[in-house]
Design a protein around this ligand. Sequence first.
Ligand code: FE2
Ligand code: FE2
Ligand code: FE2
Length: 191
Amino acid sequence: MDTSSSRGVASRTLTLPNLQTAFNGESNARACYLAFAIQADHEGYGPVASLFRAAARAEEIHAANHAAVLSGLGAEPASQIEVPLVMSTHENLKAAIRGETYERDELYRAFIVQAEAEGQRKAENTFYLACEVETEHARLFTRALVDLDKLRIDAAAYYLCPICGFTVAGEPDFAACPVCSTPAEEYESVK
Ligand code: FE2
Ligand code: FE2
Ligand code: FE2
């Protein structure tokens, strides 16, 4: 028996809107990064454009994971996509770092605690996977910002986990995803 359903509808009242908030946030992050990728290409920062496209794909995976949990709870995933505010690639990277850091340190951290308190294991897991991956995104965007002067070169491939969205520069040098243990050979490449 699913212990979450035995706790009744009232216990879901916070995790359900949290899932919707997360679904909306991931959907908007995806739209934002795709727009940032176009801008990076425009400015000749090939590897940064690739990183934004890879992160966009990861956020799409997070949105799909959250949507699956929402559907399982009988709710319909809903998002409102806002027009991304696109500036220079330097500024776009700073905005991306702010967004990833907020999700890592505040949003997902709070959502995980709440889901755990409500016994919502599937929600807790999808929040945990996204939180781990945003941590890596913050690192990758920070490194790109530091190295920006050296990145006016051709695009470089990124690889990402089809299950959790974990994102790495170049082919994985590990056998299994460090976040969700999916075999590295199942990783998909984005350039
Ligand atoms: Fe995400
Ligand atoms: Fe991210
Ligand atoms: Fe993974």
